[in-house]
Ligand binder design. Structure first.
Ligand code: ADP
Length: 203
């Protein structure tokens, strides 16, 4: 059965998780690409084995888990290694996302990803929603949430697609610049539209 999938994105600190939580409270299944990316390299997963075979045993720690720090440093030194790593992880992530979306038992499903457009994950969705916020608000929220320093947050923002580009690509945009209740008020009519799209696809 074909299912309506919404792609939900936004820069760091924009309010993606806050929006996802609201959709979940409405009974909508949310698949989080960041969580899937961690799951596919857990101990015992085929992608972790492939990473070990390609890079060598040094990518694992004494527990047999991925040594993220060592791998991150390696990739930083050797840009080609990033491509090799992504050629292993990206198909595994995509496969798992599709599986989880297909298993979703809700009127429609959501794929939330900070890099929805950057990694072409939007191709797995029929419509996209951008949670938008000013860069100043993004920095303020992300630094309060993670106690990360502002430089780190700015680095993450610089690696993400610009706010303007995302605004051009997204079908729907919600500006999350007020209270959480204001965010929820803006999500409700969209949710109603998505329920209708879902029905149209299925009929
Ligand atoms: P993202 O998932 O896009 O990185 P989050 O949804 O985690 O962003 O939001 C970042 C932080 O800001 C969280 O602590 C969240 O609770 C808070 N937050 C998000 N939207 C609002 C809002 N409208 N008002 C107040 N706090 C907010």
């Amino acid at each position: 059965m074909q299912q309506f999938t919404l792609g939900l994105t936004g820069g760091i600190g924009s309010g993606k998780s806050a929006a996802s939580q609201w959709f979940e409270s409405q009974g909508i299944v949310v698949v989080d690409a960041d969580i899937v990316a961690r799951e596919v390299v857990e101990k015992g997963q085929a992608a972790l084995l492939a990473i070990e075979q390609y890079f060598g045993a040094w990518v694992l720690n004494s527990e047999g888990e991925l040594n993220r720090r060592a791998l991150r440093e390696h990739i930083f030194k050797y840009p080609e290694a990033r491509k090799a790593l992504e050629s292993i992880t990206h198909p595994a992530i995509r496969h798992s996302i599709i599986e989880q979306l297909n298993a979703a038992q809700s009127p429609y499903a959501i794929l939330v990803s900070p890099l929805l457009f950057e990694t072409n994950q939007h191709q797995l969705t029929q419509r996209t929603l951008l949670i938008d916020a000013s860069e100043q608000l993004q920095i303020q929220r992300a630094s309060e949430r993670d106690l990360q320093n502002i430089e780190q947050i700015k680095q993450i923002m610089a690696a993400q697609m610009s706010r303007q580009q995302k605004q051009q690509l997204a079908d729907d945009i919600v500006l999350n610049d007020g209270l959480l209740s204001h965010l929820h008020d803006q999500l409700l009519p969209l949710h109603q539209d998505y329920l209708q799209f879902a029905q149209q696809i299925q009929s």
